[in-house]
Design a protein around this ligand. Structure first.
Ligand code: RP5
Length: 163
């Protein structure tokens, strides 16, 4: 079973991470959720990233707010793909988190979804895993088809309502 880690800088980030955890589990992926802070527990952040491959993780999702360095710090210590979720947790509406996370220096990339984009982080992790796991690719295709069918249904409803 593929394994993804969802790490967050604070327990207060859990609600934003929940959609990622849910969609990963729905697709049959094992998820380990952790609270690890780049600033409050820097040694644990380093240890976690250095041992991630040996612990069987294939993708890491890292959520953080404010000066959101967790995803970057984790990415600095592993070559696994790291997907950041910038959390809207402060007076700056999450723009601080987004810029802290996305503006990585050349050489150490972090894939960054939108502010509070938990579900997209989960889906992007699934897309990465689908390169190795054909059953996940099949489920992703079904998921896209279901979304398209929903849009078609909404379109038909709207046309009826306003015609
Ligand atoms: C960041 O600071 C965390 O990722 C969280 O989004 C934000 C606030 O943390 P708490 O003060 O709620 O623990 O490090």
């Amino acid at each position: 079973m593929p394994k993804v880690a969802v790490v967050m800088g604070s327990k207060s980030d859990a609600d934003v991470c929940l959609p990622a955890i849910k969609v990963l589990r729905k697709f049959g992926v094992e998820v380990a959720a952790r609270v690890i802070s780049a600033h409050r527990t820097p040694e644990q952040a380093r240890e976690f990233a250095l041992s991630a491959v040996d612990n069987g993780f294939e993708v890491i999702i890292a959520a953080a707010g404010k000066a959101a360095h967790l995803a970057g710090v984790v990415a600095a210590h592993t070559t696994l793909p790291v997907i950041g979720i910038p959390v809207k947790s402060s007076t700056l509406d999450g723009l601080d988190s987004l810029l802290s996370m996305v503006q990585m220096p050349s050489g150490v990339p972090v894939a960054c979804v939108g502010i509070n984009g938990g579900e997209n982080a989960g889906l992007l992790a699934l897309q990465i895993l689908s390169l190795k796991y054909p059953e996940i690719m099949k489920k992703l295709i079904n998921h896209r088809e279901a979304m398209a069918a929903q849009v078609a249904e909404d379109d038909a409803d709207l046309q009826k309502e306003f015609s």
